[in-house]
Design a protein around this ligand. Structure first.
Ligand SMILES: [Zn+2]
Length: 315
């Protein structure tokens, strides 16, 4: 059991970066720390971040680590994707436990962010929630009756891999036409490029001037009033809304929280999403659902991982 003064640490690992958050028992953010990590030195680097956050901050009850993969709950092993560093696919749980002397919980990053939003962000007050993150990939997580619902083997919520276009492009998962193939940040760039290549009128877009534009540039130009960029963002919203409508019909869920880098486009993307959901979802389901943008940004996953570790430790 943890005393009321016990704090918790959550860490989100994304590529070569780790973002750590120290929170109190209520989930209030005390401090964050961002650091570079390498595949080889992952465990000592994470342990050093934990040590630094712990310094002068009272006792720490447990650590939650959010990783960009799927975790087998029986074995505490990261089982997918296989291209993660070997330090992550090995016994990260055991190694970090030994290196820090603290209880460690591993969690999928979308689950972590969902839990953070649910407890202290845009999901606060809801009992049931679906979280979706739209960035380099598309992930999702389900919270039912206040608890993360991870499914029969821990993989529930993979909304990025529901089929949107039966004749679409091949996805990293092996399926074709997944939501992720049309609405992730890289797919926005790909679609914009294709369109600029074949359509002369859209070459007037400011995007055409910059050959190596990113999804952020598309959102930025849309905000600046560039018609072509705006159309690309709206089209993306339409795809996301199509996916969200399926989620709503399936779960009749109270709240949908949308996060990830693509949502940085703000109302430019949120409005077309809601418009499309309204058009496609079963009306009573649509009316019972609030569709909102996430609030915690990059802190969502580390805060949520910390709170999942807190709740696992006090269960
Ligand atoms: Zn897929």
């Amino acid at each position: 059991m943890s005393s009321p003064k016990t704090n918790f640490i959550g860490i989100n690992i994304s590529g070569t970066q780790a973002r750590a958050a120290l929170v109190d028992v209520e989930g209030t953010l005390i401090r964050t720390k961002v650091g570079e990590v390498t595949a080889k030195e992952l465990v000592p680097q994470l342990a050093a971040m934990v040590e630094e956050l712990r310094r002068d901050q009272g006792s720490v009850g447990a650590i939650g680590v959010a990783i960009p993969g799927l975790v087998n709950r029986q074995t505490d092993r990261v089982i997918a994707p296989r291209d993660l560093p070997s330090t992550m696919l090995g016994d990260l749980h055991g190694d970090l436990t030994r290196a820090t002397g603290l209880r460690v919980e591993l969690e999928n990053d979308a689950n972590g962010a969902a839990y953070g939003e649910f407890k202290v962000g845009a999901g606060r007050g809801a009992r049931n929630l679906f979280y979706m993150t739209i960035g380099n990939g598309i992930g999702g997580a389900i919270i039912l009756d206040g608890k993360l619902w991870t499914g029969a083997s821990g993989f529930a919520g993979e909304v990025g891999h529901i089929t949107i276009d039966t004749d679409g492009l091949e996805c990293v998962c092996g399926n074709t036409g997944c939501l992720e193939t049309v609405a992730s940040a890289p797919s926005i760039v790909r679609r914009a490029r294709e369109r600029l290549n074949r359509d002369n009128t859209s070459s007037l877009s400011r995007l055409a001037l910059n050959k190596s534009f990113t999804a952020d540039d598309v959102a930025h130009q849309a905000n600046e009033g560039d018609d072509f960029a705006l159309m690309m963002i709206e089209r993306t919203g339409k795809y996301i809304g199509t996916g969200v409508a399926s989620v709503i019909n399936l779960l009749n869920i109270e709240r949908i929280v949308l996060g990830g880098g693509v949502m940085d486009a703000g109302s430019l993307i949120l409005n077309p999403i809601i418009h499309e959901v309204k058009r496609r979802a079963f009306q009573p389901c649509f009316e019972a659902t609030e569709i909102v943008a996430a609030k915690l940004g990059l802190d969502g996953a580390p805060i949520g991982a910390a709170l999942l570790a807190r709740d696992a430790a006090t269960d």
